[in-house]
Design a protein around this ligand. Sequence first.
Ligand SMILES: O=P(O)(O)O[C@H]1O[C@H](CO)[C@@H](O)[C@H]1O
Ligand code: HPA
Length: 350
Amino acid sequence: MTGYNSKGDVATSNGNHRNGHSNGSSSNGDRPADDLAQENQTDNGRIQCSLTPEELRALRVLNEDTYPYEVIQEIADFIVKGAGMRPKIGIICGSGLGSLADIIQDAKIFEYEKIPNFPVSTVEGHAGKLVVGHLEGAIVMAMQGRFHFYEGYPLAKCSMPVRVMKLCGVEYLFATNAAGGINPKFAVGDIMLMHDHVNMLGFAGNSPLQGPNDPRFGPRFPALVNSYNKDLINKALEIGKSMGIESNMHVGVYSCLGGPTYETIAELKALRMMGVDAVGMSTVHEVITARHCDMKVFAFSLITNKCSTEYSDKKDEEANHDEVMSVAKNRQKACCELVARLVREIHAQS
Ligand SMILES: O=P(O)(O)O[C@H]1O[C@H](CO)[C@@H](O)[C@H]1O
Ligand code: HPA
């Protein structure tokens, strides 16, 4: 990690910092290594780079789409060592669902900015903290804040924390999200357990697994049928029943679009025709990454808004992030109970 500070800045040998994020104050901004090397060209055309090899490597990592296994291992070691425990269950909190991490006890909290090589959260409702601790007897790690494609991160970077979870020892991924309900039977506040997905970004030729495959994570061509663990879905349905929320629970198909725009009516109609029940801008690339490295996956969507497939002039039928956040806040208690009880079941079985 030589040359890095906690914000992912790269220190040059004269003590200045080159910031890897576009909102940084450094005059160098987040220009790629090639640009920086250009500045150091001498008259005879030979590159005289003032960065050490470690610094150049760090800069490349910040600008690259893929994270080498060794870098992910370093991040995982940092977390496991800092937390003093090895988690078994990983939780990704959806928009407005950060309270899923607040129920973790004896929590060790890592701000994303202080984790070496970690991206930073830029979306409201995504705090940007990694929380490791105990939940219902199990050791869990929760991401209070996920990374979305529309934030400008490549998909491999968006789902890189799933690989970090894997190398921390996580066997189960719980991915949660806020989503628009396309299925006309869904009401705002319902929970849809994901049993499949339609990967719209994949249709457009984009995948978190693009680029060279590292077999230490998984195979070049992973199969995705049965990605969503049936036992966990059934357990969650039982839990929902005992919570008295079975009529607000569904099992369905999620689709991820790139965002940040919400969908047009024509897009919603097309998604419905394809069998999609709920739509959002996340989760699918995390599930792909988790299945690639053989994690068991449980995922659900909290339906924060209804997506009408009819044309209308009514402003209140338009999706907006404030509504998404406020519905999530109102339903956080039920979501927390569902997650906690499922964690308890998994822990009891192990
Ligand atoms: O999927 P999560 O992170 O829950 O967030 C959802 O809410 C935001 C839109 O309101 C989008 O980021 C969408 O993906
Ligand atoms: O309607 C939606 N569309 C896309 N993403 C979303 N996230 C919450 N609601 C929505």
